[in-house]
Design a protein around this ligand. Structure first.
Ligand code: NAP
Length: 273
């Protein structure tokens, strides 16, 4: 079993991004919008700012109280879209309930949508056109597979989870790389049998869901899930101790997909259109 070291690979990618940023004719400027006082969101936003600074990307956090109106937030996004100094815009999710998330994401210019969640970027990926940005988590996973020379073409890939931020774009990106993709979700029957026979499994659920005896010893297991177990310890979707002896490659949690997501986001933030 080989551990797919997301931490090490992310440092390598961040180094490449830093070099690329230094060679650009102007400095990219990422704006991160934070609405409300969600503790986890604040940590994520600060981590993104720190990561940006490390690679030479200018970053600004714009904070709004949780009672900001949808119209005011849309106006701010429109202002940032029209500001030539700003090259990337990211709205930290979740948003308060009175704000329509789709409307906000759709308002971000596709050419500044570093999260790759705008329907134009999603649609481009779906129809086989190049999106301006790929969503960070699945893009980071592809980068990790590529770093380890893991072949995707022709493989049977099982993606567990169908969220707009991970599962669906992951499936699209694996399909783009010529894998045969099965998407599983909470209504999927006989999940274990689908997992057992897969060449590549990407689990993005947020529950301990992968704990079957793998039938394919060459399988590659990617754990996107990250949550705290009953003892407060960070863990993932895959029962690592049970499953890892029977696969070829596996990501740890933490230290797998998490750091790759940040590196991949910085890669996006270094792009200027
Ligand atoms: P999400 O929006 O809650 O989606 C979870 C998906 O899991 C849904 O599609 C759901 O199916 C499916 N699901 C739930 N129970 C299932 C079951 N018993 N069998 C099969 N599928 C099941 O979550 P998300 O935003 O994609 O995130 C998933 C996990 O990844 C979370 O732990 C999150 O913290 C983590 N995450 C990590 C990173 C990172 O960088 N490491 C980035 C993003 C997310 P339905 O659609 O049928 O409800």
């Amino acid at each position: 079993m080989i551990l797919l070291d997301g931490k090490k690979t992310s440092l390598k990618i961040l180094e490449e991004v830093k070099k690329r940023v230094a060679e650009l004719s102007r400095t990219p400027h990422l704006v991160v919008i934070l609405v409300g006082d969600n503790v986890a969101s604040r940590i994520y936003v600060n981590n993104k700012k720190k990561a940006a600074e490390k690679v030479g990307i200018k970053s600004t956090i714009i904070e709004f109280a949780s009672d900001i109106t949808e119209t005011d937030l849309l106006n701010k996004i429109s202002e940032l879209n029209n500001d030539n100094d700003i090259t990337g815009i990211l709205v930290q999710l979740p948003l308060p309930e009175h704000i329509n998330r789709s409307k906000i994401i759709s308002a971000i210019s596709p050419k500044k949508d570093v999260d790759g969640f705008n329907p134009e970027n999603v649609g481009r990926l779906a129809v086989g056109m190049e999106p301006y940005f790929y969503p960070a988590t699945p893009q980071g996973i592809i980068m990790l597979l590529d770093e380890y020379g893991i072949k995707i073409e022709g493989k049977n890939a099982v993606v567990i989870g169908r969220s707009n931020i991970v599962g669906k774009p992951m499936a699209q990106m694996l399909l783009k790389r010529n894998a045969t993709v099965t998407i599983c979700h909470s209504f999927t029957q006989d999940l274990d049998n689908k997992i057992k026979t897969a060449d590549i499994v990407v689990s993005a659920v947020g529950k301990k869901i992968v704990r079957c005896k793998m039938g394919n010893k060459n399988s590659v297991l990617i754990d996107v899930g990250i949550f705290r177990d009953s003892n407060g310890k960070l863990t993932g979707d895959i029962d690592f101790d049970f499953v890892s002896p029977d696969c070829k490659y596996i990501t740890p949690v933490p230290g797998g997909v998490g750091p790759m997501t940040i590196a991949s986001l910085m890669y996006n933030a270094s792009k200027i259109y």
